[in-house]
Design a binder for this molecule. Structure first.
Ligand code: NAP
Length: 464
């Protein structure tokens, strides 16, 4: 039987941009639609809170859009509920007509080279979580007594890591950077930050505003070797036929930097193109990176690939961050595509296994766990809208079974298990507490970084 959108009961797991945009698309289809948005943390917003760099407040202001979505009738936030631990996929599917999984990509890719597990070698995502006060990373320790750090990769995450390491901490002191990170960065001795890029400037994954920002930092010289900007035939051809203006604009910025004379600034960011790390050296901890020089050639799929030349050299660095992309993790009760690190799906409809065309009725994905870790926040809006369009078509076609009333309800089930669920109202209490703590120091907020403390503050403010 067809189901009208307003009759649907929807669970969305993951309250980052993809989850919120899915809720918005559903609300547009049916005002008042019943949506329960779950998150494993007591706080909402996913990577907008735990991933976007603290010195990018404009990007974070998207939370105002999410606030409006949360204020719609029928919407509930159920924070501090861990899928697979506090509630299973089956228990959710028994209680909701629709389950949309929007959990993002929780881990990162590794380089798989010797020495990667030495002390001083980190995932960039760990550093990002740490400076953003994500509860999972508060215990992380980065040896900022080192003078040289290397970052592998040249995506926007690499830009964020380089900028936070290079920036004068006084310029971070008015942001919502985690207190522990600000304290540690104030004592940092890192003066040289190497960006290690396996291909050339035309293939740089970062966007131009983020790249340009590096060159605008006070007290920082950006060093680019102009020989690295001479294009090989494959890159020149790629640039010529690119519809995207980003490579040309990036090249323009890099060429300008290559002409600059180093100004003797206290810190410098050195960009190395066409190099791949083959080993992290050191005995007990990282001492440097063994690099192989690459040459670039056209690959049969129309891209440009790096091929190792065998020419090696060593770069001293006591801290190494691999910034080579996020990766989704498998979730109990859901299929997983190990190769791509996503939940296998056809346009957002989850299928039984990678390569299968058999969809699982009522089960959908959006965001990075659907399409992989690419795109900016806004990309998730079209991604979620596409998924919701499939979902609405399935509801209209009657290919979605409607659940019967199951007892106990989700609220009874969670409270029976002693799960301290946080509501949207609770988040607003915590939000206010963080803002009050921050305002004394002229900061937008001082983040609470421990889940226990979050729950204590919420409890105290609920009763007080
Ligand atoms: P990304 O954009 O995919 O960049 C990954 C980088 O790692 C690329 O330079 C890639 O080089 C390199 N890489 C991958 N495997 C490698 C290997 N084995 N050895 C050496 N290098 C390797 O990923 P990201 O930086 O994690 O960002 C994820 C997404 O979030 C992106 O869409 C990004 O734009 C977005 N984001 C946006 C912002 C912002 O808007 N301010 C901030 C942060 C993140 P190849 O190109 O050669 O593969």
């Amino acid at each position: 039987m067809p189901i009208s959108p307003s009759e649907l009961r929807v669970a969305i797991v993951g309250s980052g941009p993809a989850g919120f945009y899915a809720a918005e698309a559903l609300q547009k289809a049916a005002g008042g639609i019943r949506i329960d948005l779950f998150d494993r943390l007591p706080t909402p917003f996913g990577l907008v809170r735990g991933g976007v760099a603290p010195d990018h407040p404009k990007i974070k202001s998207v939370t105002r859009v999410f606030d409006r979505i949360a204020a719609q009738p029928g919407f509930r936030f159920l924070g501090h509920v861990r899928l697979g631990e506090d509630v299973t996929v089956t228990e959710l599917r028994d209680r909701y007509d629709v389950l949309i999984v929007a959990v993002g990509a929780e881990t990162d890719h590794t380089l798989d080279i010797p020495g990667e597990h030495l002390a001083g070698s980190h995932a960039a995502t760990e550093f990002v979580g740490w400076f953003n006060g994500h509860p999972d990373y508060v215990e992380s320790v980065f040896d900022l007594s080192q003078t040289a750090a290397a970052i592998v990769g040249i995506g926007n995450v690499a830009m964020d890591v380089a900028r936070i390491l290079a920036k004068d901490p006084d310029h971070l002191a008015t942001t919502d950077i985690a207190d522990h990170a600000l304290r540690a960065l104030r004592g940092s001795r890192v003066t040289t930050i190497h960006l290690l890029t396996r291909r050339g400037p035309v293939q740089a994954a970062c966007t131009t505003p983020e790249l340009r920002e590096l060159g605008e930092l006070e007290g920082v010289d950006v060093v680019v070797d102009r020989r690295d900007l001479e294009l090989d035939p494959a890159s020149a051809e790629q640039l010529a036929r690119s519809d995207d203006r980003t490579p040309a604009k990036n090249l323009e910025v890099l060429r300008e930097w290559a002409e600059r004379k180093p100004g003797g600034a206290p810190r410098r960011v050195v960009i190395h193109f066409n190099v791949s790390p083959v080993e992290l050296t050191g005995t007990h901890r990282v001492a440097g990176v063994e690099l192989v020089r690459n040459r670039l050639e056209a690959d049969p799929r129309g891209s440009v690939r790096a091929v190792a030349t065998g020419e090696k050299h060593h770069l001293a660095a006591g801290l190494v961050f691999r910034s080579v992309g996020y990766r989704g993790i498998p979730l109990a009760g859901l299929p997983f595509d190990e190769r791509r690190g996503v939940i296998p799906n056809l346009g957002g409809r989850v299928v039984e296994e990678p390569g299968s065309t058999t969809v699982i009725p009522g089960l959908y994905v959006c965001g990075w766990i659907k399409r992989g870790p690419q795109g900016v926040i806004g990309t998730n809006k079209s991604c979620a809208t596409d998924t919701v369009a499939q979902l609405l078509a399935d509801a209209a076609a009657g290919s979605m079974h409607q659940v019967r009333e199951i007892l106990p309800s989700i609220d009874e089930l969670l409270s029976g298990r002693g799960v301290a669920v946080t509501s949207w109202g609770d988040w607003l209490l915590l939000d206010r507490a963080e803002q009050e703590r921050g305002s004394a120091a002229g900061r937008p907020r001082e983040k609470v970084t421990s889940v226990v403390e979050m729950l204590e503050i919420i409890q105290a403010r609920r009763t007080g």
